[in-house]
Every structure is written in structure tokens, then in C-alpha cells.
Design a protein around this ligand. Structure first.
Ligand SMILES: Nc1ncnc2c1ncn2[C@@H]1O[C@H](COP(=O)(O)OP(=O)(O)OP(=O)(O)O)[C@@H](O)[C@H]1O
Ligand SMILES: [Mg+2]
Length: 241
């Protein structure tokens, strides 16, 4: 686990500034949700942490390590960040079976074969997919595919796990179960999590901290009860109503 720090982070695409002076300290092992309307910059923030996108202003740190600092022309490669990511769509690879999907980050990291066998078996047990190693994704339910993606995000034991609306394609019942499962796994592994959602129930039931974003600004950051009981302004009050 690790802290994540945004220091005056900004991001522009050409003339359009989509993240503005973003400041946030995420504590070791915390589960933090980014909540906000479509287009407010949630995915962009995650991609900057993962190293798939670089900020144009400010600094981003994972633990004590500066991972993005445009002023110093510094950008740490994604594979050196020890970050796992579960994307907005399931993004399991259709041409690989369950085992190969989950093993992929370990193969990239050149982990020895026997170790890969062991680690994949362990994590498949955690997400309750043991026995389905040889299945192709088109033979899995939506929830099972989602758990493959989760296992792949977790298998390399990341310091930080980034989840971008990982449950948005699931039905209500499965979503509820997966919320509990994800939280349990997060606490078991003591992983710092950033969880992007626009589902309020998800944010309020799962998080230690909630960050409310609007148009690239942090409008309020606090515990679920702080946000619920002391909304910082009308936007927050209206948004969580
Ligand atoms: N490659 C790009 N070029 C230009 N603008 C972009 C690019 N990627 C994202 N944007 C813009 O940046 C803003 C933030 O996008 P982002 O994907 O972070 O939003 P989001 O909060 O994740 O939204 P959603 O809830 O719909 O997924 C949007 O206005 C989007 O149009
Ligand atoms: Mg998004």
C-alpha cells in the first residue's frame, strides 16, 4: 500500500484545461471514491496516476516517489509504478482464457513460470473463480468477466489499485455483491484504492473518503458522513440529494 498525492495537478488538452489545480492527499490503505458528473475528469485523474496520461501542471506522487512532474520533465513508466487498473469496460482480452488474462501482468514483469502458476491460483481463489482457468471470456457471465478483470488488477500485488466504474455493466444484485467483495479484498490486501463512479450508493457504502469533482475541480473531499451532513456548497448538496 502507498499514499497518493496530487499537488496542484492540472491537465490541458490543447487549449482546454480539463483538470484545474487538483490537490489531494490519499492515505495509505484508504479506499477513496471519485464521484462526479460525466466529463468532470475522473478517468483523466486515474490515467495520470497509472501513467497512461501525463499532467501538464503540478506534481503527482505515489508514496515518496514523484511519478509525474512536467516542470522537471519527469514521468515514471507505468510498469514501474506498482499500480493495478481495472478499466471502465471489462477489458478482458477475448482471445485469452481466464488464466492467461490474469497471468498477463506477471508475464510482462517476467515473473518465473512456477511463481505465475502459484500467484494466479491464489488470486483466482480470492475472486472465487478457481476451476475456470481454461474458460474463454465469451463463456463467462458479466460478473465473472468483471472478476477476471479484478484478479488481473490485483495479481501483481499493486501498491495502488485504480478502478474506473468497474461495476457499471452489472445488474443491481451482482453489483451489490461485487461491492462487498471488492471492499473485502481491498481490506485483506491493505491496498490503497481509487474508485471512480457516478453511483452515489457505491461511493457512500464503500469509501473511507469521497472526493466530489465538478468540471475538473475538487469541490469537496471528506468522509461519507462529512459529505452527507456538511455539503460544502449547493452543487454538492444537489448532487448527493
Ligand atoms: N484525449 C482527449 N482529448 C481532448 N479532450 C479529452 C480527451 N480525453 C478526455 N477529454 C475531455 O476531458 C474531460 C474529462 O474527461 P474524463 O474522461 O476524465 O471524464 P469522466 O469524469 O471520466 O467522465 P465519465 O463519467 O463520462 O466517464 C472531458 O470533457 C473530455 O471530453
Ligand atoms: Mg470516465
Amino acid at each position: 500500500m502507498s499514499t497518493v498525492t496530487f499537488e496542484h495537478v492540472g491537465k490541458s488538452y490543447g487549449d482546454v484545461r480539463v483538470i484545474k489545480d487538483f490537490n489531494l492527499n490519499i492515505k495509505d490503505g484508504d479506499f477513496v471514491s471519485f464521484l462526479g458528473p460525466s466529463g468532470c475528469g475522473k478517468t483523466t485523474c486515474l490515467r495520470m496516476v497509472a501513467g497512461l496520461e501525463t499532467n501538464t501542471e503540478g506534481r503527482l506522487l505515489i508514496g515518496e516517489t514523484v511519478v509525474n512532474d512536467p516542470a522537471a520533465k519527469l514521468q515514471l513508466a507505468p510498469e514501474k509504478r506498482h499500480v493495478g487498473m481495472v478499466f471502465q469496460s471489462y477489458a478482458v482480452w477475448p482471445h485469452m482464457n481466464v488464466f492467461e488474462n490474469v497471468a498477463y501482468p506477471l508475464r510482462v514483469a517476467k515473473v518465473p513460470k512456477e511463481e505465475i502458476q502459484k500467484r494466479v491460483a491464489e488470486i483466482l481463489e480470492v475472486v472465487e473463480l478457481s476451476g475456470l482457468e481454461a474458460r474463454m471470456p465469451n463463456m463467462l457471465s458479466g460478473g465473472q468477466q468483471q472478476r477476471v478483470a479484478l484478479a488481473r488488477g490485483l495479481v501483481a500485488k499493486p501498491k495502488v489499485l485504480l478502478l474506473d466504474e468497474p461495476l457499471s455493466n452489472l445488474d443491481a444484485k451482482l453489483r451489490e455483491k461485487m461491492r462487498v467483495d471488492i471492499r473485502k479484498i481491498q481490506q485483506q490486501f491493505k491496498i490503497t484504492c481509487i474508485y471512480v463512479t457516478h453511483d452515489q450508493v457505491e461511493a457512500f457504502t464503500m469509501s473511507d473518503q469521497i472526493v466530489i469533482l465538478n468540471k475538473g475541480d475538487v469541490v469537496q473531499a471528506g468522509t461519507p458522513s462529512e459529505i452527507r451532513n456538511k455539503p460544502a456548497n449547493d452543487f454538492v448538496a444537489e448532487f448527493i440529494r
